[in-house]
Design a protein around this ligand. Structure first.
Ligand code: KG4
Ligand code: ZN
Length: 334
């Protein structure tokens, strides 16, 4: 079945075409530059940008896949979580395609998309694995089973900021552009990750093993910056902060695999694009005999292929489509 996926939950307008676990073509537009001067995504600007970009993204994705729009047999769309006005645009488009082409509609959970996209590059997931989903809005450790059905056991989440949010806020403190993750990743290459010993939140023996908290780490960076007048060693601060995040995330993820007898770790979401998070997690997984699955950086951040990947799994599992009056779920949890 040829599935078209539509993603509009934040500032990326993504369309992807997937057939039987194979990504045929995709297209992505971003309104990121329009939000940069506000230091974060402005929902109404994002929604308007989705409306403008969607028709051409659909056209590009269809062309790249070498198919016709009339060949599409199902449409999958992010129903939540995300910015309400942004989600609404994609959902309306998905319903319109469903109605006009007479094809089933599948409402997709955005985070399931982050996990499912890995299938497109690395084949079916094992029956059970630990997933660490690290994005701008979420930091969650889960045990995943069947992604198409009711798949998830929660191990822990963040109490405050998501890992990506911490990257964005620390970047701002350092005078780096939005989005902060890629900017910190870039400047940290010239820094010393051991220059400053920033805290590794909730990694003590008595702390909750799978819970996260990044707001204290962000504050620690802010205090350090305040106490150091004069030229800021931006590369060293960025590298040391990045190291603290990578250390915390990878340590907890490997511990979760061990404790739950899972031989596979799935590392996904925008922060999984981070070079140090990938490298340190790979190193620790190798030492622990755990197979690490992590999508290519371009598929870690929001895109349409990830939503098509879920639609493809759900359709192949023979599950019923969503009703045409499907409501958006901006604050849905896993
Ligand atoms: O998954 P995503 O594209 O959108 C959400 O669902 O939130 O994640 C966006 C987040 C942003 O906070 C961004 O700064 C972060 O992922 N990010 C990164 C990198 N690329 C994107 N964080 C660290 N290093 C990166 N290379
Ligand atoms: Zn996302």
């Amino acid at each position: 079945m040829l599935v078209m996926g539509i993603e509009t939950s934040c500032d990326e307008t993504g369309v992807g075409l997937v057939r039987d676990g194979v990504l045929l073509g995709d297209a992505l537009a971003s309104s990121m530059d329009e939000h940069a001067r506000f230091g974060g995504v402005v929902p109404e600007i994002a929604a308007r940008a989705h409306l403008e970009a969607l028709p051409s993204m659909v056209r590009h994705a269809v062309d790249r896949a070498g198919v016709q729009l009339s060949d599409v047999e199902a449409v999958a769309v992010t129903a939540g979580p995300g910015l309400a006005s942004a989600v609404q645009v994609g959902l309306a488009a998905g319903k319109a395609f469903s109605l006009a082409l007479g094809i089933p509609l599948y409402g997709v959970h955005h985070l399931a998309g982050h996990a499912a996209v890995d299938v497109l590059e690395h084949g079916p997931l094992p029956d059970r694995c630990v997933a660490l989903i690290v994005s701008g809005g979420h930091t969650s450790l889960l045990v995943l089973r069947d992604l198409a059905r009711d798949p998830i056991v929660h191990l822990g989440d963040t109490y405050d900021d998501a890992a990506g949010e911490a990257f964005d806020k620390v970047a701002r403190l350092l005078g780096l552009p939005y989005p902060g993750g890629p900017a910190i990743d870039r400047v940290a290459r010239d820094g010393d990750p051991a220059a400053i010993a920033f805290p590794r939140p909730l990694t003590g023996a008595r702390d909750e093993p799978y819970a996260f908290s990044f707001s204290g780490l962000k504050t620690a960076v802010a205090r350090w910056v305040e106490r150091h007048p004069g030229p800021l060693p931006v590369a060293d601060v960025a590298a040391s902060f990045q190291e603290a995040v990578a250390d915390t995330l990878s340590r907890k993820a490997v511990a979760a695999c061990r404790a739950h007898g899972c031989g596979t770790l799935l590392l996904v979401g925008g922060v999984a694009a981070n070079s140090r998070v990938r490298a340190l997690t790979a190193q620790r997984c190798a030492a622990a005999g755990i197979a690490l699955r992590v999508p290519s950086p371009r598929l870690c951040t929001d895109n349409g292929a990830m939503i098509a990947a879920v639609g493809d799994l759900v359709a192949r599992a023979g599950l019923p489509p969503s009703p045409l009056d499907l409501a958006m779920q901006p604050t849905v949890t896993l």
